[in-house]
Ligand binder design. Sequence first.
Ligand SMILES: *[C@@H]1O[C@H](CO)[C@@H](O)[C@H](O)[C@H]1NC(C)=O
Ligand SMILES: *[C@@H]1O[C@H](CO)[C@@H](O)[C@H](O)[C@H]1NC(C)=O
Length: 804
Amino acid sequence: MKRQVLLFVSLLSFGPVFGQVSYSIPEEMSRASLVGNIAQDLGLEIKRLISGKAKIYSRNSDQYIELNRERGVLLIKERIDREALCTEKALCALDFQILLENPMEFYTVTVQIIDINDNAPTFEKSEMNFKISESAATGAKFDLERAVDLDVGINDLQKYELKPTENFGLKLHSNPDGQKNVEMVLLKPLDREKQEQISLVLTAVDGGEPQMSGTMQIFITVLDVNDNAPVFTQKTYKATVTENSPKGTVVATVTASDADQGSNSKITYSITNTLDNVRKMFYVNEENGQVSLIETIDFEKSKRFQINLRANDDGGLTDSCKLIVDVLDVNDNKPEINIMSKSTVISEDAKLNMVVTMINTEDLDSGDNGNCNINTNIPFLVSSTSNNFFSIVTDSDLDRERASEYNITVTCSDEGVPSLSSSVTLTLQISDVNDNAPVFERSSYEAYIVENNTPGLSIFTVKATDTDWNQNARVSYILEDSSVNGVPVSSYVSVSADSGVIHAVRSFDYEQIKDFYFSVKAQDGGSPPLSSNVTVKIMIQDQNDNPPQVLYPVQTGGSLVAEMVPRSADVGYLVTKVVAVDVDSGQNAWLSYKLQKATDRALFEVGLQNGEIRTIRQVTDKDAVKQRLTVIVEDNGQPSRSATVIVNVAVADSFPEVLSEFTELTHDKEYNDNLTFYLVLALAVVSFLFVTCLVVIISIKIYRWRQSRILYHSNLPVIPYYPPRYSDTLGTGTLPHVYNYEVCRTTDSRKSDCKFGRAGSQNVLIMDPSSTGTMQRIQSEKSILDEPDSPIEITNHKKVKQTI
Ligand SMILES: *[C@@H]1O[C@H](CO)[C@@H](O)[C@H](O)[C@H]1NC(C)=O
Ligand SMILES: *[C@@H]1O[C@H](CO)[C@@H](O)[C@H](O)[C@H]1NC(C)=O
């Protein structure tokens, strides 16, 4: 500290006051610092001071200054603080007196205290807090606390400084009291979002040397104003969701931020779509912006959603964004099979690659639709004509006879993982084509029929089958034209067109025909018809229908043939041989000969096999001339048939002997002729009466028949049958008889007739009624007696056979 000693001595008056001295010292001098050399300044000697017991007299200042009598100086007794001593007075001085005794005198001393800059400007508070809305307008003023500097003058507060100066400046107002108010002025608008807390330092500076300052912190809290809208982090969000995701699945989260604070930054999210169904499908959590599903989502209905979202802060400011949700396909749809067109029937002669069915498939899922297949082992295949269009075509030849129906199962599967498929079954009928001829069950047929059958008898049945269907398989049997022995075969047999039953048209005679062939055609009903042939062989079986026929000896009514046996004949003499034939065959024609009756059984025997009549003993004279043998000829049929023949044997050595013997026979004949005459007469009478009656009856019948002619009409086929046998006569007469084969073709009974073969007049077998209808001879009425030396007539033997 610079000591300032202001020596001012004034001796204005003496008396009680002998002098006055002033000193000027800076404040805050340390203790014992010299204030002033009072002895020197007052002109007093140290001794006087001591002797005078100099002391300071003061009412209030003695505590600061003390008097050192020995040195004659004034010293600082206690540090002097001007501000404490004088407060704000600009002029500050200590006034005291120095009293001396012996003599008593006093001196006035004034010590002026000079200010030094020992006080810095100070603020009452070290900090000030403000809350200023960010919307505060520029120019707004905020009062600041003043700083105080106890120093005076230049040492007093001189100016303020505010730092930083970005938003605020200072303005000073001079108050009437000379004090200066300080204000803070908003120079630039605040932005809470940029700087919420502003810290300023206000510095008050004085003018002392060295300069001193005081500071105060100013804390400004910028209050929020809803001056910021929410802002989404993206304008467009993208998200994907797989279809069929469960409800509640979070699709995406949108986020908006608001730079404001508090409720001004409280964001509420919402969906703003109106027309579409987005709000039915999606839900946004209004607080956290999570977008989730509230419905199951179907790719097949919507593949993409655009969700418009809005963010609101509480102050009503908004922002919006889009959320694009792409739906991911899941293979949840089977392919759908549509039959575009199909044939239910296809001909078995269909060509290859003929389209049977056309199919279209559709899969609602995305991606490739996959492929279609059909079951294997059928003559069809699937070909793809273009995308999603398939056709089923024939792949190989069809044969209705092998398979008349196909079940085609079409299976279409997609290419998803796992793959889904669906199938449909089509039934396809194969229609028939006449591609199969009838086939006889056998390659040839043989049948037997016993002769003398009834015409119309069914012999047997041929059967042919046709593997085709319906009309194409309807087999008709047709007798092929051919001739048997020059006669059309149709006059032998007929074939029933429907049933294939072969009927005999006529009665067969084994003796005339033993077998014959013909051909039967089986023809189906197709167009054109197909046919096949089979050969049929009919074999006629023999029946024992013919008795043996005795060819020799020839029998006549009068039995006039006789064999001569000389009386000299030896044992075993061959008398004659009975010759018989049987037109049947086999057993039926195997003849045996037996002697039935004989005048003398002991004389003759008949060879069983050969019919030879031989003597079995020596002929004696006693033996009658006239021997009569009855030989029976039997065949071996079942039942057997037989014929008897009378063999007259004359046992004589000479012809006259025989003649005389047989004359009786002539008489007998005359007798017989008489008897015959009477019989014929009686018969004639009876016959006449009978015929008369017959004529009358027939006349009546004819009359009635004419009346009822229309009514009497029948279509029933009546096949009269006249088995061949000997016609009988009325006794004496003989009627010509031929073996007749009747061919009776009859459609109307009234027109029925049988044609009899005409008998050749000379080739007729004649029957003698007296010999039970078994004798035969030629028709010429020559008596054996007319030609006695040629008694045996066998001339027409061969012709008889021919007639047969
Ligand atoms: C085809 O299916 C039907 C009905 O299931 C069946 O009756 C028929 O026998 C089947 N046909 C073939 C050839 O499998
Ligand atoms: C059947 O036989 C007839 C005559 O014998 C002949 O003309 C025809 O060609 C034959 N048909 C067949 C299919 O054999």
